[in-house]
Design a protein around this ligand. Structure first.
Ligand code: SAH
Ligand code: MG
Length: 198
């Protein structure tokens, strides 16, 4: 990666920190990038763009990779447009400004990356199944939710957080029981689930 791109990435990381944007953790990002390479992934549908950080990292790591990515928050969407332009990736990253629970996406993808509202993952999974290529993958981020998924529910003070944790557990059971996919849970970063369509 050249110096200019390095600078842009660092700026995005600083912006995310300052504005509390939950971008992917370094370790899980590295894992994902290696995974894309190893499985010769050519196209990705991402649910949850935020400011474009993970989409840009994927595009920079994998030459020729194309990404369609959905974001419902206007401020973040506008920030993502700026960042993608600065990195000259407009031709490989397509931004969709809408609610992923309502939008219809054309085309099919080798991998679908779920990184939006943590309580809605079953809905996202089912909504985009027709957009997944045969033998494609779903990758879901934040399945450990800062260690809280492994924690005793009664130790979690916030009712709201308890609700999210319960939803994540439901999603993990859902993946485990899904017979047409094989899912592996990887304890890296904030936890990744990798589900391969059989
Ligand atoms: N993938 C990004 C981080 C995404 S953070 C990265 O690692 O760089 C999660 C984002 O999902 C937030 O910006 C939030 O606004 C968005 N989001 C949550 N629910 C959504 C929905 N239903 N449709 C579209 N975007 C959603
Ligand atoms: Mg995430």
């Amino acid at each position: 990666m050249n110096e200019g791109l390095h600078y842009e990435i660092e700026q995005m990381e600083a912006y995310a920190k300052e504005h509390n944007v939950p971008i992917m953790e370094k370790e899980s990002l590295a894992y994902l990038l290696t995974f894309l390479d190893r499985h010769h992934i050519k196209s990705v549908l991402e649910v949850g763009t935020a400011i474009g950080y993970s989409a840009i990292q994927m595009a920079l790591a994998i030459p020729g990779l194309t990404i369609t990515t959905i974001e419902r928050d206007e401020e973040r969407y506008l920030e993502a447009i700026k960042n993608i332009k600065k990195c000259h990736l407009e031709d490989r990253i397509t931004l969709v400004f809408s609610d992923a629970l309502e939008t219809h996406i054309e085309g099919t993808f080798d991998l679908i990356f779920l990184d939006a509202a943590k309580a809605q993952n079953i809905h996202f999974f089912e909504r985009f199944e027709n957009n997944l290529n045969p033998h494609g993958f779903y990758v879901t981020d934040n399945i450990e939710f800062h260690g809280m998924v492994a924690q005793n529910e009664s130790d979690i003070e916030s009712r709201n957080v308890r609700g999210i944790v319960r939803k994540i557990k439901e999603y993990l059971n859902y993946l485990e029981e899904k017979k047409d996919y094989h899912t592996e849970f990887i304890s890296v970063g904030d936890g990744l689930a990798i589900s391969e369509k059989l």
